[in-house]
Design a protein around this ligand. Structure first.
Ligand code: FAD
Ligand code: DLZ
Ligand code: SF4
Length: 522
């Protein structure tokens, strides 16, 4: 009996569940580049290149092991353009009797797969994705009966269960979380480690040509592509991170610096999310660095928390709450995504820098995503769906299971506080404290209103005013609402009017020509 085993573009892990029990003589491994997966979001050119090149390299590695791989390229004649169509065609080609898949990362794809059994007239087995520390069932048990799902409590359970950074029953160092040590701004004298680009081989070159030809108008630079596309390359990137970046990862985790897109961050998420690295091996490598006195506890704990805590937690929330999760719009935000998110054409230096780096690298680090493009989207009341589509498109690591809770929940508070206990609203002062963007900006971060005032300042108070009935009772918002209570009605009106003028100028494109282009008449 022969089995068709499907491997998706983000399942490039040798011991993926779909390959368990593989019969090398009879079974066929199917991998397919399909039109539908390239267009459900307008992906960055580098994201498509990374996935296709990594898929093609992975297929070669499986073949080198003597396994039978049926690989369908995007421009192969007869390619049906969908995963369903390719599974159907492969079943017919090989006369296989059943299909085995690993559960996909997205609800959309799982929903599609659930229809395959009836449609294809062959049994379809969907296996759990056991690459995560926490299964979907385990998360649901943790969540049951809780009024709110705070990451910190989930994370502690994961620490206990995995034994990572544990000293018997107690956390190593006597504390679960060292975040208070991890908020330093970057000294001007400190140069972050430089990242080498991985050389492009013939396979990547061929994929880049295909992407240039098929997706010429997609967002992002293609020429600067330098991601690793094999497990060997991804392991090299992991090794470099542990050696050169991890020791200072904690200290400068929240910092931002113009011209330094990576700082001390791992830049490993694209590899983790497509399967070239596993979360377990990364956490073990980080823990080893602590045990060998190579990296301090605040750095290693902070790093492990991102993977063992946040990454597992957002996946848990996604599967617990989908498909309804994506529908909410708790702050009733409806403004269209401004064009500057794609073009970078704005006088706001912070946004312009992050968009330019995103275009060049298909990457921005967490604080840029959360506190620059994320905070702006929140305080300008941008439509969650449009913001989510942007985040799903522009980053090489973006898959809905991880993108959606981060955007919908953490950045936009569109879930009404399921994931975050308060909105991450901030004024320009926060950005000024944590970055050097403001010194090169056409706006004045110290100005709260009037000509040239930082738009984050205007929009911050606009956000507090328009959401007063929704947020004023949140105990974590008490401070800004105490300040707002003291604000004279005329001052409120001025802020609302100036913020509206700014948003209109942004929408029309006039803002990009200079701060004076907003009608700051009041
Ligand atoms: P590091 O800062 O070095 O962190 C190490 C690892 O921890 C990352 O590789 C990642 O796997 C994990 N991690 C860190 N923070 C998170 C988090 N909040 N959620 C899940 N995993 C986390 N991450 C994605 O992988 N894909 C996305 O599509 C994505 N979209 C995001 C959208 C928004 C609005 C925000 C605020 C965050 C998003 N993140 C996303 C989380 C985070 O920004 C990225 O994981 C991180 O920037 C990846 O870079 P890094 O590998 O250098 O991370
Ligand atoms: C993101 C992506 C893209 C662009 N293309 C493909 C593809 O052609 N074939 C494939 O198997 N997977 C692709 N992927 C990854 C899938 O979108 C991903 O597996 C699903 O979204 C489930 O997470
Ligand atoms: Fe951004 Fe305001 Fe600073 Fe300009 S002044 S970089 S808009 S925070």
């Amino acid at each position: 009996m022969s089995t068709l085993r499907l491997i998706l573009g983000d399942q490039l892990t040798r011991d993926i569940a779909a390959l368990d029990g593989l019969d090398p003589e009879h079974d066929i491994i199917l991998m397919a580049e399909v039109h539908d997966e390239t267009v459900y979001a307008p992906h960055h050119k580098q994201k498509i290149t990374l996935i296709f090149s990594a898929m093609r390299h992975f297929a070669e590695e499986l073949r080198a092991e003597g396994l039978r791989v049926d690989y369908v390229k995007l421009d192969d004649p007869g390619n049906s353009g969908s995963l369903t169509g390719e599974v159907a065609r492969a079943l017919a080609r090989h006369g296989a009797e059943r299909v085995v898949v690993t559960e996909p990362g997205e609800w959309r794809v799982l929903d599609m797969m659930r229809g395959w059994g009836a449609m294809l007239d062959a049994p379809v087995e969907i296996r759990d994705d056991d690459r995560f520390f926490c299964s979907r069932g385990r998360f649901a048990r943790w969540a049951e009966g809780r009024k709110s799902y705070r990451m910190e409590f989930f994370y502690r359970e994961m620490r206990r269960e995995t034994g990572l950074l544990m000293d018997g029953d107690a956390p190593v160092g006597g504390q679960w979380n060292f975040d208070h040590d991890n908020r330093k701004s970057l000294p001007a004298s400190l140069t972050p480690p430089q990242r080498a680009r991985f050389a492009q081989d013939a396979i990547t070159g061929e994929v880049m040509q295909l992407v240039a030809q098929r997706f010429p108008d997609n967002f992002g630079d293609l020429e600067s592509f330098g991601w690793a596309v094999t497990r060997e390359g991804a392991l090299e990137a992991l090794d470099y991170f542990i050696r050169a970046c991890l020791p200072r990862y904690g200290d400068y985790q929240d910092a931002m610096k113009q011209g330094e897109p990576f700082l001390f961050h791992a830049t490993l998420s694209p590899y983790l999310n497509c399967g070239l690295l596993t979360p377990r091996e990364i956490c073990i490598a980080a823990e080893r660095a602590f045990k060998q006195d190579h990296a301090p506890l605040n750095a290693v704990e902070g790093f492990i928390r991102q993977i063992l805590g946040w990454r597992e937690y957002v996946r848990g929330i996604y599967w617990l709450r989908m498909p309804d999760y994506a529908q909410s719009n708790a702050l009733d935000a409806h403004r269209a995504l401004p064009w500057c998110y794609w073009s970078g054409e704005t006088q706001m230096n912070c946004i312009a820098q992050v968009v330019a780096e995103t275009r060049r690298n298909a990457y921005a680090h967490h604080i840029q995503r959360l506190m620059i493009t994320g905070t702006f989207a929140l305080i300008a009341s941008l439509d969650p769906r449009q913001v989510e589509e942007w985040y799903l498109a522009v980053y090489a690591d973006a898959y809905e299971w991880v993108e959606l809770p981060n955007t919908h929940g953490m950045a936009l508070f569109a879930d009404g506080g399921l994931l975050a206990s308060k909105p991450y609203a901030a004024s320009g002062a926060y950005i000024d404290r944590m970055s050097d963007y403001c010194s090169g900006c056409a706006y004045d971060v110290r100005k709260k209103s009037g000509p040239g005032a930082c738009p984050f300042n205007l929009l911050y108070w606009r956000f507090m005013i328009v959401n007063e009935t929704r947020l004023a009772r949140n105990p974590r918002m008490a401070m800004p609402y105490r300040t707002l209570a003291k604000m004279a009605p005329e001052r409120r009106a001025t802020i609302l009017q100036e913020a509206e003028n700014f948003l209109e100028a942004l929408e029309s494109g006039a803002e990009a020509r200079g701060p004076g282009q907003t009608k700051l008449a009041l």
